[in-house]
Design a protein around this ligand. Structure first.
Ligand code: GLU
Length: 277
């Protein structure tokens, strides 16, 4: 078993991302599995200089030690994504629509070729009509989704040349032999697309999925770098870890509040029960 934490380096680690990191770490370690970290900087425009280093340092300070010495960094993986795009063959096609042309489900405008005078912008992957994608989320249960109705042919390479997150994450999870994806529930709506790409790319079985609730602020917004979530204070790692375990409904004992990260993670690993989340 191998789990992963895959932060986008758009800012420092905050409490919301710590919850995802702790959940995936403890889930893997409780089964004697490996846990790795991958830096998802495929979109260079969103990458903040030095954020990746700050995230890694914070993880270390929280006792979240990853297993492989080398860390996969998406900005070095362009060839692998290009190869995947080629492997999709006739399933992908160039699309000349602008974002303004398309709202919501893509109607398939460019499926049979670009309209006159239009230039290829993005690349989309074809979803066979009526195709049902099924997967099991360990908390949400069985999910069945007809991609043609929820998103239509989706973008795998953007108009600006950047490979889409959906493609990059699947190529990398497969390349790294990830068996268990544990991440925030905001990504549950992306999962069917990823399961579809696993199949379309012939990558074998998709991983198991566990989507944990996202942490929200007082306005009910997901904590994120975009909503200016505060950076974790690395010198209070024990406090933050305890709170993360409480958020995950693991019932950390009060006497461990603020204990050393190692003690907290050992307790959590020995007592992990994902069904309590
Ligand atoms: N890089 C994504 C993020 O930071 C997470 C991707 C994933 O876990 O699949 O939101």
């Amino acid at each position: 078993m191998r789990g992963r934490f895959a932060p986008s380096p758009t800012g420092p680690l905050h409490f919301g991302s710590l919850v995802a990191a702790v959940a995936s770490y403890v889930d893997a370690k409780s089964c004697g599995g490996e846990w790795i970290v991958r830096i998802e900087d495929v979109d260079a425009a969103r990458t903040v200089p030095r954020a990746a280093d700050a995230i890694l340092r914070s993880l270390e300070m929280h006792g979240l030690a990853w297993d492989h010495r080398s860390i996969m960094v998406q900005s070095t993986r362009t060839e692998a994504y290009q190869e995947a795009l080629e492997r999709l063959g006739r399933l992908v096609y160039p699309c000349g629509c602008s974002r303004k042309d398309v709202g919501g489900v893509y109607p398939g405008t460019c499926r049979l070729g670009l309209r006159d005078g239009r230039e290829a912008r993005a690349w989309r992957v074809r979803i066979p009509e009526g195709r049902m994608i099924e997967f099991t989320d360990r908390l949400a249960g069985r999910v069945r989704e007809r991609l043609a109705e929820t998103c239509g042919d989706f973008i795998v390479r953007r108009a600006d040349g950047v490979f889409a997150y959906q493609l990059a994450v699947v190529v990398d999870d497969a390349a790294q032999g990830i068996t268990d994806v544990v991440r925030g529930a905001d990504l549950l709506e992306s999962t069917a697309r990823q399961v579809y790409l696993y199949e379309a790319l012939g990558l074998g079985e998709a991983p198991r999925y566990l989507h944990v609730p996202v942490v929200t602020d007082a306005q009910g917004e997901k904590l994120s770098k975009q909503t200016n979530a505060v950076a974790l204070n690395d010198s209070r790692a024990g406090e933050s870890l305890w709170k993360a375990l409480e958020f995950l409904k693991q019932g950390p004992p009060p006497e461990l509040r603020g204990a050393a990260p190692r003690a907290l993670l050992e307790w959590a690993t020995a007592n992990w029960n994902a069904l309590l989340i």
